[in-house]
Ligand binder design. Structure first.
Ligand code: ADP
Ligand code: MG
Length: 278
């Protein structure tokens, strides 16, 4: 029996109207990919390829210009507590403690005070922040803030976790330890995770499958299966299978980055011509 599909994207297109321009700007052209129930899927793409745009569509913060986004077979029409979102920048409320930030989502859900506190403390423990509940965001490091953001997303028990480059602003060591934490949490909770990154190592390390986006306008260029046994290898990042997968994805992305640069240069040249004529 095959695993049910949790999130289904088909032919997803997003155009933006640009002020003063006649033609609209196509950020996503035709994104088609499924995320299975309980899967950890990573979407990797160059900067500007529409990754955050796609996340906004999945979060229901924006509407697609075409195509379909389904969650459990039903169209996504707006934001909902069935999807937890973790952004690159720690979107914590500065006037609330770590615990208060986690309780915030639970208040919206109508969870009673004592239960909120118990859940918040459980999730602080889960992300390795037991004992830090009373600290305010400015008293926490970047990595700790991002742990709070993850705990907050998990606490209201969403079906799906959507993560937009959540570790990009962190130093390499903190990033690697949070990657391990996230894998541990995923194994413990079996949430469906769609994780977005521009980092190839991060994609190979985390994903069961890695979907590679083209440069703008974004399409899914390839979906690569990551068959790595994370439990046996001591230092998986330097193993041969890891290196091969990294190289494979690097080649897929490299072509895209070159294509994007060519397009950018052509656009700049056109602007130059226009300004020198005008
Ligand atoms: P990524 O997250 O992959 O770096 P984004 O999704 O942020 O890419 O952006 C993709 C493209 O869409 C970029 O060129 C960006 O400038 C453009 N874009 C994003 N949001 C808007 C918007 N609201 N209006 C116009 N253009 C936008
Ligand atoms: Mg982005």
């Amino acid at each position: 029996m095959s695993t049910p599909v949790k999130l289904s994207l088909s032919g997803v297109r997003k155009e933006f109207r640009v002020r003063g321009e006649r033609e609209s700007f196509t950020a996503l052209e035709d994104v088609t990919v499924d995320v299975r129930d309980g899967e950890f899927l990573v979407l990797v793409g160059p900067s500007g390829s529409g990754k955050s745009t796609l996340l906004d569509l999945l979060g229901g913060l924006e509407r697609p210009s075409g195509g379909q986004l389904l969650l459990d077979g039903a169209p996504i029409t707006g934001p909902g507590l069935d999807r937890g979102i973790v952004f690159q920048q720690y979107a914590l409320l500065p006037w609330r403690t770590a615990r208060g930030n986690i309780e915030f989502g639970l208040e919206a859900k109508g969870v009673k005070r004592r239960e909120r506190r118990r859940l918040a403390d459980d999730y602080l423990d889960l992300v390795g922040l037991g004992g830090f509940g009373d600290r305010y965001p400015h008293e926490l490091s970047g990595g700790m803030k991002q742990r709070v953001a993850i705990a907050r997303s998990l606490a209201f028990d969403p079906e799906v976790l959507l993560m937009d480059e959540p570790f990009a602003a962190l130093d390499a060591q903190t990033r690697e330890s949070l990657q391990d934490e996230l894998l541990r949490i995923w194994e413990a909770t079996r949430k469906t995770i769609l994780f977005i990154t521009h980092g190839i190592d991060e994609a190979v390390y985390l994903g069961q499958r890695v979907a590679v986006l083209t440069s703008r306008p974004g399409r899914v260029k390839a979906v690569v299966d990551i068959d790595l046994d994370r439990h046996t290898a001591a230092d998986i990042r330097s193993s041969e299978p890891f290196r091969e997968l990294r190289h494979h994805i690097w080649s897929l992305l490299h072509d895209e980055v070159e294509r994007a640069q060519t397009l950018e240069q052509a656009a700049l040249a056109a602007t130059d011509r226009r300004s020198s004529h005008g």
